[in-house]
Design a binder for this molecule. Structure first.
Ligand code: GDP
Length: 296
């Protein structure tokens, strides 16, 4: 049977009821279970370490109350710390800049970048009544350009017509220009991905950023990314400088440990989550829900 963290910690700690405060040894035993739960949820190892250190500091010496079982008390400390590390609720896309506001979408191929570009455009259009222009900068994959065009048709959002032979930076500059002329409030740049992080990709991202002066740079990442999440987020943040994260496939079976890993290493807010393939399946990030899920 699946044992929750509460059960596991209860088995270790509940015998301590009425015994004063939690000792270093009690907490260490509990933290072994916490560590196991986080690794099962795919939280990256280095983040698990810093997280358990933070919990240790709060838990050692904590008074054992009569009103709550020690196991539950530690679960609460863990949960509160997870919520704190996952960051605030409701930090949405910042459009507070002169129009056209440029949103640059970055991430690996297959992370859900194009789909999320369409979802964000759809949301800005229907909910915020913004006039949006989307542009595909993936000059190496015509299928990706066509995919974005189709999402534009489906959502009724403008897409920048393709001009063969243009470089990604040329397209970015042309998109901003077209948005100025077209009276668009927002430009979404769907950049090219790769199957893994490489130097040319990072150089291309930095150049696009320089040319288009984005107000938001959103890293789109699959919530099912395991230990790689840290590397991915750190690289994009160090090299390009992201302003936020979007986690896709939160509708999947994964426990979403990547959310904690990426937030912890970048300190950047998780702005939105993808919960399906359809254009409406984009939601606000709720740290409590993700904390519950990570703890299982
Ligand atoms: P890109 O290569 O990063 O542009 O990735 P795509 O946008 O083409 O997405 C890759 C696949 O993931 C597509 O089949 C999408 O429909 C799917 N996808 C994207 N976001 C989500 C999501 O939040 N949930 C699910 N279940 N599938 C998604």
């Amino acid at each position: 049977m699946f044992e929750t963290l509460q059960d596991r910690l209860g088995a270790i700690l509940n015998g301590l009821t009425g015994r004063g405060s939690l000792s270093e040894a009690d907490v260490s035993a509990a933290l072994r279970e916490v560590r196991r739960a986080l690794l099962e949820a795919d939280v990256a190892l280095e983040v698990v370490r810093s997280f358990t250190d933070a919990v240790r500091e709060k838990a050692v010496g904590a008074e054992i109350l009569k009103s709550i079982k020690p196991g539950q008390m530690v679960v609460k400390i863990v949960h509160d710390e997870l919520v704190a590390m996952l960051g605030s609720e409701g930090v949405s896309i910042d459009l507070n800049a002169a129009a056209p506001v440029v949103i640059m979408m970055v991430g690996l191929q297959g992370s859900g970048k194009t789909t999320t570009s369409g979802k964000i455009a759809n949301r800005l259009k229907t909910r915020d009544k913004k006039k949006v222009l989307m542009a595909s900068l993936d000059t190496r994959r015509p299928a990706a350009q066509e995919q974005l065009r189709q999402l534009g048709v489906q959502t009724g959002v403008d897409t920048l017509p393709i001009i063969a032979g243009q470089s990604p930076t040329d397209i970015a500059a042309r998109a901003v220009q077209a948005a100025k002329l077209g009276g668009h409030d927002v430009v979404i740049l769907d950049t090219a991905g790769r199957t893994h992080i490489d130097e040319p990709l990072m150089i291309e991202m930095a150049e696009i950023k320089r040319k288009s002066n984005p107000h938001e740079i959103l890293l789109v990442a699959d919530a099912l990314t395991g230990q790689d999440a840290v590397n991915l987020a750190r690289n994009f943040d160090d090299r390009v400088g992201i302003t936020g994260l979007v986690l896709t496939r939160m509708d999947g079976d994964g426990r979403g440990g990547a959310a904690l890993s990426m937030r912890a290493v970048t300190g950047k807010p998780i702005k939105l989550i993808g919960v399906g393939e359809k254009m409406g399946e984009l939601e606000e990030f709720h740290p409590r829900r993700v904390a519950d899920r990570i703890l299982g």
